[in-house]
Ligand binder design. Structure first.
Ligand SMILES: [Zn+2]
Length: 217
């Protein structure tokens, strides 16, 4: 209650903007009504290189792309609530809510997390967990900093993620059906490597979801 009042008071002085069109929005909303109405009706899908499906509410283009850049690099952490809402709508649309026991996210290296101040995928995962009433657990850690995937060629991207993740605790993974969340999927190599480590640690079914799919059809 106290924090709700605090958030309300804060929003009077620093009103939130719609993540997509940047219009000022009323306290309590996570995006403007028009952008909410314009959420895509059909999810975007791509198959990761390990044959595990990745589903996302948005294509990585136009206003969504700009909002994700603001989210990751310009401190717009408020956007996470709207992305989580869009992801939850997709879990409903695809009838996959009962197909996972817990939610996890692609980890950042310690260096990158310190630079950015937060893990953007973890934040979205937290809100998705809150909205779906599912536990969110950090199941993977990134053991070394690699190059940015988007600076590399396709074949370099495959090599760049090899062996950089390890399980935090295999007991938390074994026999669990898992929803794995990341911010954007492009070639799917990062998600594929995480899936591989989860599978090697005994995970059951895995579903990948991101805010957006780059190059989605
Ligand atoms: Zn808007």
């Amino acid at each position: 209650m106290k924090s709700n009042f605090f958030e309300f008071a804060l929003s009077c002085f620093f009103p939130h903007q719609c993540p997509y069109c940047r219009k000022i929005i009323r306290s309590g909303l996570t995006e403007c009504e028009e952008c909410l109405r314009n959420f895509p009706k059909e999810p975007k899908k791509m198959m990761t290189p390990v044959g595990i499906l990745c589903i996302a509410p948005f294509a990585y283009e136009a206003a969504v792309r700009n909002s994700i850049i603001d989210f990751k690099f310009h401190g717009s952490s408020f956007n996470a609530r709207s992305y989580a809402k869009a992801i939850c709508q997709v879990t409903e649309h695809e009838a996959i809510i009962d197909k996972f026991d817990l939610i996890t996210f692609v980890p950042l290296s310690k260096i990158r997390k310190n630079e950015r101040g937060f893990n953007q995928s973890a934040l979205v995962a937290e809100y998705v967990g809150e909205q779906l009433g599912k536990p969110v657990k950090p199941l993977l850690e990134k053991i070394r900093q690699n190059k940015n995937q988007h600076d590399l060629s396709f074949s370099e991207r495959v090599q760049n993620v090899k062996g950089i993740y390890k399980p935090v605790n295999k007991d938390l993974i074994r026999d669990k059906d898992i929803l794995l969340i990341d911010d954007i999927v492009t070639t799917g190599n990062t998600l594929a490597e995480c899936c591989k480590v989860l599978k090697e640690s005994g995970a059951g079914n895995i579903i990948c979801m991101t805010i957006a799919v780059a190059g989605a059809v």
